[in-house]
Every structure is written in C-alpha cells, then in structure tokens.
Design a protein around this ligand. Structure first.
Ligand code: 13P
Ligand code: SF4
Length: 300
C-alpha cells in the first residue's frame, strides 16, 4: 500500500504531509512529518498541485488558507480536534465585545472562522515569539488555556485566557509524572505546553512535538519521559535508537489523530475524496493572521 501511495503521489504531483502524532505506517510514507508550524510552512511553500494532509481538520484548513489554488485532501473528513471544537466565532466575538480593544492571538488548533477574527496565529513552537512580536501589552490568547498561561509565564504581557484545552494533554496529572519518574529516575521529563500548569512546573523541558524531537537528538541524556500524545514515541525512537523513551501516561492518545489509514489515503487520492476548502470570504480574513505567523517564523 505504501508503494501504491508513493506512485499516486508522483503521478498526481501531490505531497503527503503528516503530523508527528500520526501512526507509524503513515509517518513512514509521508514526504514530510512535522509539528503544526513546520507543516504550515511547508504547505505555504510547496509547488505540488495536491496536498494530502494526514492530521486533523484544522491543519488541512490552514493548508487551504495558505495555498488556495491547491487541492487539499484530508483522507478522513471526520478527523477533528476536540480543542478546536471548544471555540465558535460567535462566542469569540461576544467575548471581544466585552473586552477593551486588544489583539487576538489564536492557536492554530482552531477553525478558519475563528482565525478570521484573529490578529495573528501561533503554534506551540512559536507562542512566546508571537506574543512578544506584538507592541500591545495586553491580548487575548484562545482557545488553549494551558498554552495561554504558559505564554503569560514566559513574557511580561497580560494575557486573557479562553477556557479551552486538549483532553489528551489534560489527562496527564502530577501523580502520573511522579510514577514515571520513580520508575526512570535518570530520565529527562519533556512536556508539551498543552499540559496543565502543574505539569509544566515539574517539567525539565517544555517543547512542541518537533521541539522535543530536536531536544532528544541533541541532549546528552539517554532516557526521556514524554509528556505528549504517545504517537510521538515512534519518531523519537526511530531517530534515536540508542536512547530510551517512556510515555508520561499511556492514556495520552488522541483518537482523531489515529483515524486515517493507508487505505483512506489511497481512496482519497484515487477519487479526489475529502477535499477541504475554506470559503473565499473566510479565507480573505483568516489569511492575514496565518501569514503573519508564517512570515514571523520564516524571518527568525
Ligand atoms: P505541535 O505538533 O505543534 O506541538 O502540536 C500538538 C498538537 O496537539 C497538534 O494537534
Ligand atoms: Fe486536538 Fe489535542 Fe488531538 Fe491535538 S492532540 S488534535 S490538540 S485533541
């Protein structure tokens, strides 16, 4: 099936992008695996005609916003994001109406309609840079409350918080980390900024998924406890066969990130099924926030 996918990609001038949480067989066949920021940058820069996105719906939407003339396929249209579902544009507008005028920093884990109301987007890899890039000292960061509190702790800005979260990361409790640390006392504990503040307080390093991959490659440590969705254990172990990786909790799995199969990719490419296209009026407004983030990251 992987050979069939490779041939279809070549014949159709398509590129397959996969998030670091995707199942091993999909990461193995992808042209690029990455975190949300790397995948957005690639989606903005590729000269392929078709982008097959193996991730969740908001990622395919972001690719469609950045590359409106390309066909973006999400092989399972029901692969959503529970955090992105925790904010609607109408509710965001209602909150903004109650606050004094201020910029809105939107985590890319949100719908295009929410991005359309935003000043700039961010990912877990660049949130501190994005917040610091704004002249204003007060802003709203939505929808991830944990990411917003993390950004507030790393900057001098006053950050208003939307009460959303990622259930996969919210699962992780200090007792899970204590247990993993007791079992692996020499291991470095890496946590994703979507984790609760009490987890980030006890983390040795806080990184996006690709940030964790880089850190594990470069660190002298031999063992790591991984505080993010367990799909990341596969590329960590592949890239560092001589090092050891342990999940902070085996409960940290995102069902939506596991929906796409190799069969789905073949069907999607053969029949051009699962197209994600952001309507032009929403795209026109959303592109400013997404492009501003991409430009900031490329210029760094
Ligand atoms: P990153 O890969 O950007 O760290 O994102 C994590 C995530 O939850 C994506 O859904
Ligand atoms: Fe959304 Fe969390 Fe799943 Fe990422 S891991 S897609 S933030 S629910």
């Amino acid at each position: 099936m992987q050979a069939t996918i490779k041939k279809l990609l070549r014949d159709k001038n398509a590129i397959l992008l996969a998030h670091n949480y995707q199942p091993p067989e999909i990461q193995d066949v992808a042209d690029l695996c990455g975190d949300s920021l790397e995948l957005s940058i690639k989606a903005a820069q590729t000269d392929a005609d078709i982008i097959v996105f193996c991730g969740v719906h908001f990622m395919a939407e972001t690719a469609s916003i950045l590359s409106p003339h390309k066909t973006v396929l999400l092989p399972r249209l029901d692969a959503g994001c529970l955090m992105a579902d925790m904010i609607e544009p109408e509710a965001l507008q209602a909150m903004l109406d109650k606050l004094p005028p201020m910029p809105v920093v939107t985590y890319v884990n949100s719908t295009a309609a929410v991005k359309a109301l935003s000043t700039i987007c961010c990912t877990s890899a660049n949130v501190v840079d994005v917040v610091n890039s704004l002249d204003e000292t007060e802003m709203l960061l939505a929808p991830d409350r944990n990411l917003a509190m993390y950004a507030a702790s790393q900057t001098n800005k006053k950050i208003h918080v939307w009460d959303g979260y990622c259930p996969t990361h919210e699962w992780l409790k200090p007792a899970d980390v204590a247990k993993a640390k007791a079992e692996h006392p020499d291991a470095v504990f890496m946590a994703h900024p979507e984790c609760r503040p009490e987890i980030l307080e006890i983390a040795d390093v806080i990184r996006s998924t690709s940030g964790m991959l880089r850190y594990a490659r470069e660190a002298e440590a031999r063992a790591f406890i991984v505080g993010t969705e367990i799909g990341l254990l596969y590329p960590l172990q592949q890239q560092n066969p001589e090092k050891e990786f342990y999940p902070a909790s085996t409960k940290m799995t995102c069902k939506n990130m596991k929906k796409i199969s190799l069969e789905d990719i073949i069907r999607s490419l053969e029949n051009m099924e699962g197209e994600v296209k952001v309507p032009a009026d929403i795209r026109r407004k959303a592109i400013q926030a997404v492009q501003r983030m991409v430009d900031l990251s490329i210029s760094k």
